[in-house]
Design a protein around this ligand. Structure first.
Ligand code: SF4
Length: 188
């Protein structure tokens, strides 16, 4: 069995960050659904996978229905807990890595505040502490931002980690043992 697939499910993303890793990745091999079953774990990423949240729910359900027992992780920077599909994805995955990017809007901050509360109240009591990680761009990792997103009230116990993310200007090398693949969730 292969180790880890980092699965780009869409290249679309509304954020247009400077030096996005996807500017450097070149030609990513496209895989069929059956190929995903060959990996020990899957990291669903993009672009912004939650642009297709209902399709991500279907993808996870289909994987499980086909006997997939590996871990499924989600990399995202846009979860809106008011949407059913986002809540469903949050419950189904084994953990998320959520990034709050530089120059967050009021909506971005509100989304993280709601996400923090959702994990505290709906995930943590049910599943215990998972591998949920909150990364905050170091350029906006301030006491004020931590307070706005609610961490001063709730503490961080329900997160595996909350830490500043130093924005990189290199070509984002893949962690060892991971393969980057594209699974066309919009058309697949
Ligand atoms: S949020 Fe991620 S995928 Fe989207 S532009 Fe920024 S770095 Fe790229």
């Amino acid at each position: 069995m292969k180790k880890t697939a980092r699965v780009i499910v869409t290249y679309d993303c509304p954020r247009y960050c400077e030096n996005c890793c996807n500017e450097h990745i070149g030609n990513v091999p496209e895989v069929k659904f059956e190929n995903l079953l060959k990996y020990e774990e899957l990291v669903i990423t993009g672009g912004e996978p939650m642009l297709l949240a209902p399709r991500v729910v279907e993808m996870i359900h289909r994987l499980r229905a086909n006997g997939y027992t590996g871990k499924i992780w989600l990399y995202t920077s846009c979860i809106k807990t008011a949407r059913w599909a986002d809540r469903e994805v949050l419950k189904e995955v084994d953990g998320i890595t959520y990034t709050l990017h530089h120059r967050p809007s009021q909506n971005d901050l509100r989304d993280v505040r709601k996400l923090n509360k959702f994990i505290l109240e709906k995930i943590y009591p049910w599943k215990g502490k998972r591998s949920d990680r909150l990364l905050i761009d170091s350029r906006c990792y301030t006491e004020e931002v931590l307070s706005i997103i609610g961490l001063h009230e709730t503490g961080e116990e329900h997160w595996e980690s909350v830490r500043p993310l130093k924005w990189r200007n290199d070509e984002c090398p893949l962690p060892e043992g991971e393969e980057l693949v594209f699974y066309d969730l919009e058309n697949g």
